[in-house]
Design a protein around this ligand. Structure first.
Ligand SMILES: NC(=O)c1ccc[n+]([C@@H]2O[C@H](COP(=O)([O-])OP(=O)(O)OC[C@H]3O[C@@H](n4cnc5c(N)ncnc54)[C@H](OP(=O)(O)O)[C@@H]3O)[C@@H](O)[C@H]2O)c1
Length: 261
């Protein structure tokens, strides 16, 4: 079996930027997401730059059958991950009581169930190749999020899972890292119905910068990578301040945003 770097959520945003970053460092890629045309366009762009042409396998990871299909397609092509990059994910802005329940559960299916399935499924091959797993979490994983309750909880899960696996696997020489960006201008915001001025501009970083920091931190064996100093402060404060105070501030922020409409 040929070792590759499997990147989920590669059809746009941070996943696509990570694909360009890993390709530029000589990794052979498998790109996955639902939109095959976008994946093929990225594969073509990477090949045109003179790097190895990525394989494309379109799959819906929100559906357990989609995950089986991806794994079967890789097996049939004689490929197995030495590196797994879980970037596919999304969220919804709104009061949990008012948002659609099925859509909120779909967030967990993608952000948590699919990420955990792929992580556990490929642990053996990643360990044999002494490679690693880069999970895209968020600064949201460090604090509860009124207005994005399920999203924040899903990212707290990703941070916790990643840190535990980092500890379990470090003796094996396997890298496990959570990339925790602050706001990044990608399709995420439209999909989540987040207004463009919802997050403080000082926290925002371009996807390319996030991908560069993520790649460097992952390769250096870091457990957590938070791109940008303001975001590092934003993840530190909830660990230093009383939880109720942080929650009160975030609740007030959401109340103000709701009133603005
Ligand atoms: N943008 C931000 O502000 C921000 C901040 C912190 C963390 N993050 C995290 O970064 C990761 C990437 O988000 P992004 O900002 O790059 O947003 P994005 O541009 O919307 O990318 C999301 C990716 O996930 C894929 N995806 C969505 N549903 C899928 C499904 N059911 N099956 C397979 N793939 C699916 C999408 O591709 P298809 O639609 O083609 O399937 C797309 O490639 C997410 O985990 C997100 O939570 C984002």
């Amino acid at each position: 079996m040929l070792p590759v770097c499997l990147i989920t959520g590669a059809s746009s945003g941070i996943g696509a930027a990570l694909a360009r970053e890993f390709a530029s460092h000589g990794h052979s890629l498998v790109l996955t997401a639902r939109r095959e045309a976008e994946l093929n366009a990225l594969a073509e762009e990477i090949a045109t730059k003179g790097y190895a042409r990525p394989r494309v396998i379109a799959a819906d990871l929100g559906d357990p059958e989609g995950i089986e299909k991806l794994a079967a397609a890789m097996q049939a092509a004689g490929l197995e991950p030495a590196i797994l990059v879980n970037s596919a994910g999304g969220g919804l802005l709104g009061d949990a009581a008012l948002l659609d329940r099925a859509q909120q559960l779909a967030t967990i299916d993608l952000n948590n169930r699919a990420l955990t399935d792929l992580t556990l499924r490929f642990l053996d091959s990643v360990t044999r190749h002494k490679g690693g797993i880069l999970n895209v979490a968020s600064i949201a994983g460090f604090m509860p999020g009124p207005g994005m309750a399920v999203y924040h909880a899903s990212k707290a899960f990703v941070v916790s899972l990643t840190e535990a696996l980092h500890e379990e696997l470090k003796a094996e020489g396997v890298k496990v890292c959570a990339l925790c960006p602050g706001p990044v201008p990608t399709e995420f915001n439209d999909r989540a119905s987040v207004p463009h001025d919802y997050f403080p501009a000082a926290l925002s970083r371009p996807a390319e910068e996030v991908a560069r920091a993520g790649y460097a931190g992952f390769m250096a064996g870091h457990r957590i990578v938070v791109p940008g100093k303001p975001n590092r402060i934003a993840t530190l404060l909830p660990r230093l301040l009383p939880r109720g105070l942080v929650l009160g501030f975030l609740g007030w922020r959401w109340w103000k945003a709701r009133r603005r409409g």
